[in-house]
Design a protein around this ligand. Structure first.
Ligand SMILES: CNc1ncnc2c1ncn2[C@@H]1O[C@H](COP(=O)(O)OP(=O)(O)OP(=O)(O)O)[C@@H](O)[C@H]1O
Length: 166
């Protein structure tokens, strides 16, 4: 199974709601869709280090004090395809800038474009952005690549204890 990360930086926008930093992915899996910064673990890397590195590489933001918010398993045709560690943080330095891989955008949490994201995101991301923790399993069918397969069903558990060691 591929091990990946997603990181959701949040900022107070001065009103009631927060903004979340999303990226429009410019290449690779999920190209053209919105997501958080993130990607695959390199060998010897912890998930937390991976989320920090990917956020720096993709949008030039140095994130700190990541809080573990979710663990998501994506199955393709009954087999484990991706295990994704999800983080959020309010602590970062720098200004988001575009890279070859990603175009960053601050979006009010109530305006997240779920119709332009992975089909599963609307099920777990609102809770994550509201401060909850989640463990989820999502089943896709129809062969590779994953971003062309159909989302079939899922199980979610909220308020899980994820520890903070990874
Ligand atoms: C199935 N439902 C899904 N819902 C939400 N997010 C999903 C996802 N499935 C994969 N993701 C995320 O998408 C990114 C892929 O990126 P990534 O592994 O880097 O792929 P990419 O092809 O760009 O590879 P490299 O850039 O070569 O590493 C990575 O953050 C991963 O967690």
């Amino acid at each position: 199974m591929i091990e990946t990360t997603l990181c959701f930086p949040l900022r107070d926008d001065g009103d009631d709601a927060d903004d979340v930093l999303l990226i429009e992915k410019r290449r690779g899996l999920g190209e053209g869709w919105y997501n958080g910064p993130g990607g695959k673990l390199e060998s010897g890397e912890t998930p937390r280090d991976c989320a920090v590195r990917e956020t720096r590489e993709e949008v030039g933001l140095d994130v700190r004090d990541l809080e573990k918010a979710g663990e998501l398993t994506f199955l393709l045709d009954g087999e484990g395809h991706t295990f994704c560690h999800v983080y959020r943080t309010r602590s970062f330095e720098g200004e988001p800038t575009s890279s070859e891989e990603a175009h960053p955008e601050w979006v009010p949490v109530d305006d997240v474009p779920y119709d332009r994201m992975w089909d599963d995101d609307h099920l777990w991301l609102p809770g994550v952005l509201a401060g909850n923790t989640v463990a989820g399993e999502f089943r896709f069918e129809g062969g590779k690549p994953l971003d062309e397969a159909a989302f079939v069903d899922h199980d979610l558990e909220w308020g899980v204890s994820l520890g903070n060691e990874n």
